[in-house]
Design a binder for this molecule. Structure first.
Ligand SMILES: Cc1cc2nc3c(=O)[nH]c(=O)nc-3n(C[C@H](O)[C@H](O)[C@H](O)COP(=O)(O)OP(=O)(O)OC[C@H]3O[C@@H](n4cnc5c(N)ncnc54)[C@H](O)[C@@H]3O)c2cc1C
Length: 371
């Protein structure tokens, strides 16, 4: 059986790895020209019962522990006036329940665990018909089972469902402070070793320390239109002017948050947030399935990468258990995946509602400290 995986993201690579350790060959087709072609983004918290479970099934948990950052679990929660609502510092002997890992390190770990020929770079999937994949470069390749692991804007998805991601009303601008310990030690102290969240009044600021000393800063604007990033007057082509405009948009917040924005470098990236309907399913179709964001794009509140990793592991295990019956393996995988990811989607939507509420800080505090 020829298994073709479209997309060398976390989910697709985890699937390829689980198949590899079970002696099943698969080919991953990735549109990027090489592994280093695109910066991979920030930190991910990898949960014990989902993302870490997947890495354990893939025989990679020990290697994961070498890249996991325990202190990344630290959390500071504040209100826009600077009031500290919650501070959690991770003890040195705390369990690794939700350590942070650099997305690039995690992807490298997965790529290094596969034979060189497993990933074909520079192959942008366009369509599939009659057992052949067609790529943007005019090439084609045969398949018996096609797994769409091609992320939020999946092209494989259209083979199974008409559902499309829809805007959530949240628009994010990503910025960052490089080498913060050296360049801005005062702000490094303020942000701490893990996550720093300021929540309130339909806007939020989150800062997150990465393994390489960069602090990524995400500014969120809730209840905004799909075209808001294009129409709100943030000049993305002029980073200094964009920072000035963003400081203006947070002008009624405590001045320490403006200082954080002012310290950022010239990376100013617009990120509209879209999601698929919670609980999306499709009739099981021989020869094609989806995993990760392609199947269940959720708000970015800590579930998506974990679900993608576990999807990859469980689909790989199902295919190993039903070697001569791929349709049975896919049906078994989809049954579990639909239920598990619908629950994760509902939880993510609830957190998203809290983040968008007028008193988000207090509501989030209640979420962390119920009762
Ligand atoms: C700002 C932000 C922060 C986040 N933080 C977290 C977090 O802390 N924890 C968490 O669990 N999740 C987080 N997420 C969500 C997480 O990033 C995704 O859920 C996860 O990356 C999905 O993995 P995936 O393998 O499905 O897709 P992706 O990682 O998106 O990989 C898809 C791959 O497919 C390739 N591809 C796309 N189209 C084609 C094509 N036509 N042909 C060939 N290849 C193609 C892409 O180049 C890419 O390599 C965050 C998301 C965002 C936006």
């Amino acid at each position: 059986m020829t298994i073709a995986i479209v997309g060398a993201g976390l989910g697709g690579l985890l699937l390829a790895r689980v198949l590899h350790v079970n002696g099943i060959d698969a080919v991953v087709y990735e549109r990027e020209p090489s592994r280093g072609a695109r910066a991979q983004g920030g930190m991910l918290d990898v949960h014990l019962e989902t993302g870490q479970r997947a890495l354990r099934e893939a025989g990679l948990i020990d290697r994961f522990h070498t890249i996991a950052r325990r202190a990344g679990q630290d959390l500071r929660l504040l209100e826009p006036d600077g009031t500290l609502l919650l501070r959690e510092d991770t003890p040195d002997d705390a369990p690794l329940d939700r350590p942070e890992a650099d997305r690039a390190d995690l992807r490298d770990l997965l790529l290094d665990s596969l034979p060189d020929h497993a990933v074909r770079w520079g192959r942008r999937f366009e369509s599939a018909a009659d057992g052949l994949l067609h790529f943007a470069d005019g090439g084609s390749a045969p398949y018996d089972l096609l797994v769409g692991a091609d992320g939020a804007d999946s092209r494989v998805r259209a083979l199974l469902t008409d559902a499309r991601p829809a805007h959530t009303g949240q628009n994010v601008v990503e910025l960052g402070i490089p080498d913060i310990d050296r360049t801005h030690p005062d702000l490094a102290e303020m942000v701490g070793r893990g996550n720093y969240w300021v929540l309130g009044d339909g806007r939020s600021l989150s800062a997150q320390r990465n393994g390489d000393g960069r602090v990524r800063v995400y500014l969120s604007f809730h209840h905004t239109a799909e075209d808001w990033l294009a129409t709100n007057g943030i000049p993305f082509g002029d980073p200094a002017a964009a920072r000035a405009r963003l400081i203006d948009l947070f002008g009624d917040w405590h001045p320490r948050f403006a200082a954080l924005i002012a310290a950022c470098d010239d990376t100013v990236l617009p990120r509209p947030i879209t999601t698929l309907p919670v609980g999306l399913t499709w009739p099981s179709t021989p020869g094609v399935t989806l995993l990760g964001d392609a199947a269940h794009l959720m708000p970015p509140v800590g579930q998506g990468a974990n679900m993608a990793l576990l999807d990859g592991a469980l689909l790989g295990l199902a295919l190993a258990a039903h070697r001569d019956d791929a349709p049975a393996a896919v049906a078994e995988y989809e049954r579990e995946m639909f239920e598990r990811t619908a629950a994760a989607g509902r939880l993510s939507a609830r957190i998203q509602d809290v983040l968008a509420s007028p008193d988000a800080g207090r509501q989030m505090l209640a979420f962390f400290q119920p009762g």
